[in-house]
Write a protein that binds this ligand. Structure first.
Ligand code: FMN
Ligand code: SF4
Length: 491
């Protein structure tokens, strides 16, 4: 299936007037003309599913916000632009090409749920995207698109968990990115705090029943970028591409052991192999071995690379679409080093509010480090397997399950590689850095190399203090350890 251009514009749209010339603004006009109820019907009928990773039906999420209005104040709309999933660059690609499309979608959402505030939450280190957004917000305001709606940009920390939506709301509220206990929908900004509810002593969101705080709608950048055209062209137009259960398109990132790296948009249902070949131009080595959708889902082995990219097909092979950021491995990759890279990334990024996630996570990473270092001890593989069974016990967010699922899949899919590393006297191999993409320059992804020195306490000290971030960090003190961080700035 050929590449398409619905939400990832083929060329950068540099002014609001250019966007309007190309049809921009019609979605917002339609939304204001139709009114909330008809917009909800259209978004429902389109079948749009959230592109942040979980594929949750967008219409259903919006309806929940409308149905749970608060007597205290109007809801807020938050655009999750914190993109930190290893292997993913699609949200930044969309924002760089056309921030107006994302803002238009967010303003449609605000008009629909009755929000008077739109927050775009991204990382302070996303300088290009911030610049594009600042200009776009000024233009959108000047054009009257945002009348009655305040638009705020929040510049958050580099932590992976910042992208988890309840952690995102914590950051917007001026706290650290530690996930909350999830109510069925999000209360958010201006949350009524309850400091008894947090394992870490962090002021947490109260439960859905115990608060009258206004609900908050959180949607991913790509989800929002889809909204305007659904209103302008209609749900049938949207459904004409993709499958019945996964309509529309998907913006994919390809990096790792391919000839090229990049981002492109495809109809949902395009086989993963075709996406890897089109963007990546084939394996850097002799043959593809596997692909991994971020650090969120089990690996897809070569034999299953023809799987169509839809939520249902990826689930049917016991993996997942995630943010469609595919890290590709070829015959030169050491899959146990990949398992270690994933485990180390997630163990470091765990906030430690749930003890098994942090402790067992670090334990898994340590044993895998021994295995790739040629220092395996008797029973190490069983030790990894045992710790994987407990790492997600009582987990407050999905990160711990990701650790369990991804590492378990590598042990299951590549038993020979594991056995080789577990043998006494096995040769050591280089670690594989699994971390966020900071940019795509030309056709190469630039990785966040500094992550190799990040400690599990979120400092860059020479040694790990032994304290989890949730124990170490004062809840209202911005994390100044990472030189890239200037967390909690608001513009
Ligand atoms: C550890 C973790 C990290 C996440 N990172 C991101 C992220 O960077 N961007 C994002 O949009 N969603 C991220 N998510 C998913 C969000 O929690 C949430 O599901 C999403 O913003 C909802 O938007 P959607 O309904 O439009 O998909 C993450 C989830 C987890 C568990
Ligand atoms: S599961 Fe892990 S990352 Fe998520 S809240 Fe608990 S300790 Fe933090």
């Amino acid at each position: 299936m050929p590449m398409v251009s619905r939400v990832l514009d083929a060329a950068a749209v540099t002014t609001l007037s250019r966007y309007v010339e190309q049809g921009g603004g019609r979605g917002l006009d339609a939304a204001r003309r139709l009114g909330p109820s008809a917009v909800l019907d259209d978004v429902d009928a389109s079948g749009l599913r959230g592109r942040g990773g979980a594929g949750f039906p967008t219409g259903r999420k919006w309806r929940t916000i409308v149905d749970n209005q608060s007597p205290v104040g109007p809801p807020s709309v938050v655009v999750n632009a914190a993109e930190g999933e290893p292997g993913s660059f699609k949200d930044r690609a969309i924002l760089r090409r056309n921030p107006y499309r994302v803002l238009e979608g967010a303003l449609v959402a605000a008009a629909t749920v009755g929000a008077s505030r739109v927050v775009v939450a991204l990382k302070a280190s996303f300088l290009s995207e911030l610049e594009r957004l600042r200009t776009a917000v000024d233009e959108v305001r000047a054009a009257g698109w945002a009348d009655g709606v305040e638009i705020i940009l929040v510049e958050g920390p580099s932590a992976y968990l910042y992208g988890e939506e309840t952690a995102l709301l914590e950051v917007i509220d001026g706290r650290q990115p530690f996930p909350r206990i999830a109510p069925p929908f999000r209360h958010g900004i201006d949350e009524v705090g309850d400091d008894t509810a947090s394992a870490a002593g962090v002021v947490m969101a109260t439960s859905a029943e115990a608060t009258t705080a206004a609900p908050t709608l959180v949607n991913n950048v790509e989800t929002m970028a889809n909204v305007a055209a659904i209103l302008a062209e209609g749900p049938d137009w949207f459904r004409a591409t993709g499958t019945a259960a996964s309509p529309g398109t998907i913006v994919c990132t390809v990096s790792g052991r391919t000839l090229r790296h990049g981002v492109a948009e495809f109809p949902m249902g395009t086989p993963l192999r075709e996406v890897i070949e089109t963007i990546g131009g084939g394996p850097a080595g002799e043959r593809l071995v596997a692909a991994m959708s971020g650090v969120a889902n089990p690996l897809v082995p070569e034999s299953l690379l023809d799987t169509p990219l839809t939520y249902e097909d990826m689930e049917a092979i016991d993996s997942g679409l995630g943010a469609a950021g595919f890290i590709v491995f070829d015959d030169t990759s050491d899959l146990v080093a990949v398992a270690h890279g994933v485990s180390r990334f997630l163990a470091v990024e765990s906030c430690g509010q749930c003890t098994p996630c942090k402790h067992d996570g670090i334990g898994v990473a340590e044993v895998l480090h021994r295995l790739i270092g040629g220092q395996a001890r008797e029973g190490d593989v069983e030790l990894v397997e045992r710790r994987l069974t407990t790492v997600a016990d009582g987990a407050r967010c999905y990160l711990a399950h990701q650790h369990q699922r991804v590492v378990e899949s590598i042990l299951r899919l590549f038993p020979e590689a594991v056995r080789d590393h577990a043998a006494v006297g096995a040769a050591p191999v280089e670690p594989e850095l699994i971390t966020a993409i900071v940019d795509i320059e030309g056709d190469r992804a630039v990785l966040d190399e500094a992550h190799a020195d990040k400690q599990p306490d979120w400092t860059f000290a020479d040694v790990y203090s032994g304290q989890a971030p949730a124990d170490r960090i004062d809840q209202r003190v911005a994390d100044a350890q990472d030189p890239e961080d200037a967390s909690n700035g608001t513009t």
